[in-house]
Design a protein around this ligand. Sequence first.
Ligand code: FAD
Length: 317
Amino acid sequence: MSKVLVIGEVKDGAFRQVSFEAIAAAKLIDDAAEVVGVVLGANITDVASELYAYGADRVVVVEHPHLKEYTPEGYSQALQEVISEENPEGIVMGHTAIGRDIMPKLASKVGSGLISDAVAIEDGPVFIRPIYSGKAFEKIEVEDGLTMVTVRPNNIASLEQDTSRTGDVSKIDVDVKNLQTIIKDIVKNTTSGVDLSEANVIVAGGRGLKSGDNFGILEELADVLGGAVGASRGACDAEYCDYALQIGQTGKVVTPDLYIAVGISGAIQHVAGMSNSKIIVAINKDPEAEIFQIADYGIVGDLFDVLPKLTDEFKKV
Ligand code: FAD
């Protein structure tokens, strides 16, 4: 039987949803494979066992004080030891900031290729990933060697949670040493609410908002819909909001169920980060705005009239 490792990611004491989606991806790679959840950190054994409920066949943790926070060196040392101990045929991780950083590094260390940002996996397995800023998709098959993949959040559905599935969590001891970077403390960004890259609903604002204070009307709608606020680079450059909210080619790539673009013109660099959203709603006073070309629903109007009305209507639901 083959074996696929799934590297789970824990944030603020809970798994990121994409960790469960990565388990489903591992099953799509080889339904008969043993799926081994791997979690790195400090005091994470209890949390790690949750991977069983989402389909892991076995769960291992690597605990070390220097793995409490992510560092490329620490994770790379630890994961190389896990790989040599487990000798898997495949490794899957979320295409998150950490996944994007560590997986290419690991791939080069173990002499493997990497399929990054897969959005679907067909029989074969055949991996589908966007290219040219989401304008086209390519299909990739791995002919031989290790199959290493990162999967884009919100694209491959996780398996149904089954809390009756439980199991032991075993430990792998590693020697994390000679680190050039040790993280002492993390100062949290106060603007963070629902994680943008995993949000099901995003209300994004552009330069049409005219000021940072006006972002409040986006937050109201996002709160009602249980979503997150995002932004165009135009809005970030104008200092209406933090760059952490930027969506696009040089910002975050998102694929929510619902993306509401408010006062955003639809420049190609913005569209590159959101065009794969399932439903796109655009609100813009210019009927010729490019954003309407990719929108499923468009509202031509002044956002300062439209948005409060939308929020009021959603409050009634
Ligand atoms: P604008 O283009 O100024 O559009 C504002 C829109 O608001 C207009 O369509 C206008 O009709 C509408 N509007 C104004 N007032 C109202 C109102 N009252 N009611 C309703 N509508 C109103 N951009 C990104 O977003 N993400 C990226 O990652 C990114 N990366 C880039 C990388 C490079 C190398 C380059 C060169 C550019 C990049 N850009 C990126 C910038 C991009 O080209 C655009 O400049 C930017 O997306 C424009 O932001 P915007 O749509 O908010 O502003």
